[in-house]
Design a protein around this ligand. Structure first.
Ligand SMILES: Nc1ncnc2c1ncn2[C@@H]1O[C@H](COP(=O)(O)OP(=O)(O)OP(=O)(O)O)[C@@H](O)[C@H]1O
Length: 249
């Protein structure tokens, strides 16, 4: 079997008496989209927070790219290539889309201060950032302040920033939320190609998107993974159907 890029083992997180993550084990393999689905409150966001480091697990381990990252900060994990997108806070709204991507590319290079070369005159960096913007379909909007981009465009920008960080895996928390049908369709097409860049752990309520995209699906209910399998396996699984999918077929 191919070595997973991300391996989560026996992860546990309690909020007081509530066990929001109850012994979760799952992995993300090169080239795949692994969707994480489950009813509201099942613990999907809590899991994503622990993987990217905004929440610390109570026990269990998170290995990424061959390293135990469970004790590292969000920034340290991001530098290793664990790319969480759709965090609005990562965008500087007053800066142009181009500048936001350039800052991400520069952060990757580890040089946040360039005394001799103002960032906006660094043609190499501009070209690199423009190439990312072109990939996500934002070329025309490169010079627009991020604050003026639409909801969907901001999500495209976040992906361009994650690309600039040369992420080795993407954690996407409900990317389709708030996108109209056209936007969802476009984003589905884009994610389909993005998996070649780096595998994607995708939390998503839009079942059309999940069934169209996922190589594997894990179903989370009350903090536990009740099933992991291909789209067909999950659709056919009687436990999943009664616990979650009943009304989707
Ligand atoms: N910081 C917190 N403190 C206390 N309880 C929390 C906290 N964060 C989440 N919870 C609880 O943990 C459980 C899991 O929540 P979580 O947001 O992870 O679920 P989810 O599957 O992402 O839900 P949704 O699909 O609605 O986004 C819920 O019962 C929630 O109320």
């Amino acid at each position: 079997m191919v070595e997973p890029i991300l391996q989560i083992s026996n992860l546990v997180k309690n909020f007081g008496a509530l066990r929001a993550t109850d012994g979760v084990t799952l992995d993300l393999r090169p080239g795949e989209i692994h969707a994480l689905i489950g009813p509201n409150g099942a613990g999907k966001s809590t899991l994503i927070h622990q993987i990217c480091g905004t929440l610390r697990q109570d026990s269990g381990s998170i290995r990424f790219a061959g390293q135990d990252v469970g004790g590292l900060s969000v920034a340290e994990r991001a530098r290793l290539g664990l790319g969480r997108t759709f965090q609005v806070s990562s965008i500087a709204p007053e800066f142009s889309a181009l500048r936001n991507v350039m800052l991400a590319a520069q952060a990757k290079e580890g040089s946040s201060f360039r005394f001799f070369k103002p960032v906006m005159r660094d043609q190499g960096l501009i070209d690199k950032a423009m190439a990312m913007l072109e990939r996500v379909g934002l070329t025309e909007r490169a010079r627009i302040p991020a604050a003026e981009l639409s909801h969907g465009e901001r999500r495209q920008l976040e992906i361009a920033m994650a690309l600039a960080l040369q992420s080795k895996a993407f954690l996407l928390d409900e990317p389709m939320a708030g996108m109209g049908p056209e936007g969802s369709k476009a984003l589905t097409g884009f994610l389909d190609t993005l998996r070649q860049e780096a595998p994607i752990l995708l939390v998503e309520h839009d079942m059309d998107a999940v069934f169209a995209l996922a190589d594997r699906i894990s179903v989370l209910v009350y903090g536990r993974v009740i099933a992991t399998g291909t789209v067909d396996e999950i659709r056919r699984d009687p436990t999943v159907r009664s616990a979650y999918l009943g009304d989707h077929d």
